[in-house]
Design a protein around this ligand. Structure first.
Ligand code: NAD
Ligand code: MG
Length: 384
């Protein structure tokens, strides 16, 4: 029996994780589940999986959670400390599926205990990559990527011969506006931006996919997970999302992982690793998917690609600022306060400020993150 906890259980990745675990009750015992404030879903999941502890990040939701769990014997917790406590509860495996920098503290808590962490929360590696990988090395924790591109690379990456890796090739769907001219993107609505052609995901990552900031964040994520150097990480647009990413070796071999675009495959890889488990996903039918196409990404129409590449090259505080400014700008776009093209403009404005050195600890990440959020809010206040 693997004892597992899920941070962000009520989200898109969290629900897919719950689905897989519920289908394999002989393999998994559930310790803790967390949510931001979706009490009804969290309580239902905790009861169905027989969890011992359920926590909401929003302290105001505590009463509702307590009431929803009454008589179940499941302990309730609330507030960011309760989410960290959920990460610290005894478990062998923790799914990090909170969205945004809010996931950093609980994910680090699990890492510091040397647990195996299924990492969906890419913002954690973008805002504090050096810090997180240093803690992984120190504690002996195991990070298993859940992001589909990084799961693909993880499955074909020869970690013992990193010097023989020529390139990582991250595939990108291109999002819903792949073929749109820049002018037309000006009037994109939130509903259009969250309607991803291939994947069903949470709102924030869906907007990131539409701006292609998602691929920029993933480039930084790959840089920390697979230490081949930034100049060896390329992006190629592959609209069908069948090839989830590739590794090219010195001898010219290119190894790829393929599958239908369903997150339950990479989640199952991480849940069962180093074993494999069944996942109820539609099977890949290559005869029906004969038309696999590829094209170069366009950093002119998708400036987030250029900004994230610059932040990675610059290092230091830049990726932390990029991530925080993007989170604020995406939320403002979803709330109808700024336009679609303003997202990258806001990130660029925040990044253009003079910036301090790389954050040395979690507190320093928090300060940089907060400063970038304030700068982004100021920019949005002027733009709106
Ligand atoms: P989502 O918005 O559907 O779910 C987010 C989860 O985090 C929810 O359970 C929510 O309650 C919780 N949460 C939100 N804010 C919180 C806070 N302040 N404190 C504590 N918990 C909070 O997001 P998602 O699409 O499931 O994505 C989760 C993470 O996985 C993101 O980092 C995303 O980039 C990454 N990811 C998602 C997919 C996907 O297919 N959805 C694919 C690859 C990577
Ligand atoms: Mg991805």
């Amino acid at each position: 029996m693997k004892r597992v906890s899920i941070l962000g259980a009520t989200g898109s990745v969290g629900r897919s994780t719950v689905d897989l675990i519920a289908r394999a009750p002989d393999r998994f015992a559930v310790e803790a589940l967390t949510a931001n404030r979706d009490v009804a879903r969290l309580a239902e999941q905790a009861k169905a999986l027989g969890a011992k502890f359920a926590a909401v990040a929003d302290p105001a939701a505590y009463g509702d959670l307590k009431a929803a769990l009454a008589g179940s014997g499941i302990e309730a917790g609330a507030g960011p400390e309760a989410v960290v406590e959920a990460a610290l509860r005894p478990a062998d495996w923790v799914m990090a599926a909170i969205v945004g920098a809010a996931g950093l503290a609980p994910t680090l808590a699990a890492i510091r205990q040397g647990k195996t962490v299924g990492l969906a929360n890419k913002e954690t590696l973008v805002c504090a990559g050096a810090l997180v990988t240093a803690e992984v090395a120190k504690s002996g924790a195991t990070l298993i990527p859940v992001d589909s591109e990084h799961s693909a690379i993880f499955q074909v990456f020869d970690a013992a011969r990193i010097d023989r890796v020529a390139r990582l090739i991250l595939t990108a769907s291109g999002g819903p506006f792949r073929t749109w001219p820049l002018e037309k993107m000006r009037d994109v609505t939130p509903a259009q931006a969250v309607a991803h052609p291939n994947w069903s995901m949470g709102a924030k990552i869906s907007v990131d996919s539409a701006t292609m900031m998602n691929k920029g964040l993933e480039t930084i994520e790959a840089y920390h997970l697979f230490p081949v150097g930034a100049e060896r990480i390329d992006v190629i647009v592959h609209p069908q999302s069948v090839i989830h990413s590739m590794v090219e070796y010195a001898d010219g071999s290119v190894l790829a992982q393929l599958g239908t675009p369903d997150m339950r495959t990479p989640i199952a890889v991480a849940l069962a690793w180093p074993d494999r488990m069944a996942a109820p996903v539609p099977r890949l039918d290559l005869a029906k998917n004969a038309n696999l196409t590829f094209e170069d990404a366009d950093p002119i129409r998708f400036p987030a690609l250029r900004l994230s590449r610059e932040a990675l090259r610059e290092g230091g505080a830049a990726p932390t600022l990029l991530n925080a400014a993007n989170e604020v700008a995406v939320a403002a776009f979803l709330a109808g306060r700024i336009g679609f093209l303003d997202i990258a403009a806001c990130v660029e404005a925040v990044l253009s400020h003079a910036r301090p050195a790389a954050p040395a600890d979690l507190a320093a990440v928090g300060e940089l993150d907060a400063a970038a959020r304030r700068a982004a809010e100021t920019w949005i206040g002027k733009a709106a």
